[in-house]
Design a protein around this ligand. Structure first.
Ligand code: GP9
Ligand code: MN
Length: 423
């Protein structure tokens, strides 16, 4: 009820991290492009195959700060069973996904105060792009609740055999065919592009790659390298196209790995990949790092070591756009803020901070990987639990119905129709 929402609002307000003036409003009025990097894990960034070949040479370059890009090397996915859609949910709401079931499917009709709606009311055109049918993960319902005016799904793409594999479009033709749709949007626009081809089990069509697969005794792991290399090339091509179109210098680009690609079932091969005897529970928790890149025109980039997770991205982006989110119910904090909370709750109860990793109830020191006294983790576990509980309350109680941040205009869901748009 409404007393719950008051408690929650007090909590999120008192946790608000004031924006860093070096970043605040640096992207005011610019376009936004989110790119979901399917199954991309951070171990691949700067990884070299045994013969010395880089897997992701383009992303590695971005990580050095090329193209005004900031790379977060200690960024973690926080998804549950909703996988890609859970990551999308966090990116745009700064709420946690659910521990039981995909929130996109279970709570698609809730009231949200999501980034697309916030931008739409500020004159942005909002559009999502994905080379799979719109009903997957209940996106066609949830995107309306988030405030997306347009959804370019598989219907808008050439889904021929050579362009597709398993769920849908391969990244190169997907990004190529997205370009004209993107350049035809009214500016400024807020958009997201969901990549797809680096998806389990990662096997590729021969004609799409010359990259040598790994030799780690596990075909899924071996193919992962080829497939990640293909994604890297697709992104490089897309950056080139954005520069040609003139969009590059007036667009913030946020690229994030949505969740792990290689589960614990592949730990034997992963030990070989990482040159370790075995993958311990501590190692496995560290492997939940996913890349986060943010291209901000005119702002110097580079690799930063701030710890954060997917719920932190919305407050970060909003600060860059010059929008104060202090009055919003959100559980992340701005990654560029000096007051950013380096505490990352996971849906399985684990918690990672810049100092400790709390994994399966054991507390490890991050720098040594050694177990330390469990009581050292307690304060972080308590805060993490509180955040998850409050977020669950918001979602299960549909509490944002009762909450009206000053100036927020809810999307008029009845006016959004993704069927009227034709190719
Ligand atoms: C499907 C795509 C992949 O449309 O988002 O889903 P995943 O299995 O990664 O959640
Ligand atoms: Mn995914």
């Amino acid at each position: 009820d409404s007393s719950d929402i008051n408690d929650i609002q007090n909590f999120t307000k008192s946790n608000f991290a004031a924006p860093n003036p070096e970043y605040y409003a640096k992207a005011k009025g610019m376009n936004v492009i989110y790119i979901s990097l399917e199954s991309l894990q951070s171990f691949i960034i700067n990884y070299k195959m045994p013969d010395g070949t880089e897997v992701t040479p383009f992303l590695n370059k971005l990580a050095t700060g090329v193209d005004n890009t900031t790379y977060f090397k200690n960024f973690f996915h926080q998804t549950g069973s909703g996988k890609t859609s859970d990551a999308e949910f966090m990116m745009e709401n700064s709420l946690f996904p659910l521990s039981q079931g995909p929130v996109f499917q279970m709570k698609g009709f809730n009231a949200y105060q999501a980034a697309p709606a916030m931008m739409n009311q500020r004159g942005y055109e909002t559009a999502a792009f994905h080379g799979n049918v719109k009903s997957f993960w209940n996106r066609d319902q949830m995107y309306k609740s988030l405030g997306y005016e347009r959804f370019f799904d598989s219907k808008y793409y050439d889904m021929s055999a050579e362009n597709t594999k398993n769920y849908g479009m391969k990244d190169k033709p997907f990004l190529k065919e997205t370009m004209p749709y993107l350049t035809n949007l009214k500016q400024p626009f807020y958009s997201k592009l969901i990549l797809l081809s680096n998806h389990f089990p990662f096997g590729m069509d021969k004609e799409d790659t010359t990259f040598k697969p790994g030799d780690f005794g596990d075909s899924v792991v071996n193919n992962y390298f080829q497939s990640a290399n293909y994604m890297d090339q697709a992104i490089e091509q897309f950056f080139t196209d954005l520069k040609k179109s003139g969009l590059f210098d007036k667009t913030v680009i946020v690229m994030y790995g949505d969740h792990y690609g290689l589960s614990e079932n592949h730990n034997d091969a992963m030990a070989k990949v990482l040159g370790k005897d075995q993958i311990t529970p501590f190692d496995n928790a560290q492997l939940q790092r996913v890349p986060l890149f943010i291209h901000i025109p005119k702002v110097a980039g580079g690799t930063v070591s701030t710890y954060g997770g997917e719920v932190d991205v919305r407050p970060t982006l909003m600060s860059l756009l010059g929008i104060n989110t202090k009055n919003y119910i959100q559980f992340g904090t701005d990654l560029f803020s000096k007051q950013h909370h380096q505490i990352i709750p996971f849906r399985n109860g684990d918690v990672i901070t810049n100092k400790y990793s709390i994994v399966g109830g054991d507390v490890y020191d991050n720098s040594s990987g050694q177990k330390v006294e469990a009581s050292l983790g307690k304060p972080y576990e308590d805060v993490a639990k509180k955040m998850l509980d409050y977020s669950d309350k918001v979602i299960y109680g549909d509490l944002l119905r009762f909450y009206h941040p000053k100036g927020f205009v809810p999307p008029d869901v009845s006016k959004i129709n993704y069927n009227t748009d034709q190719k």
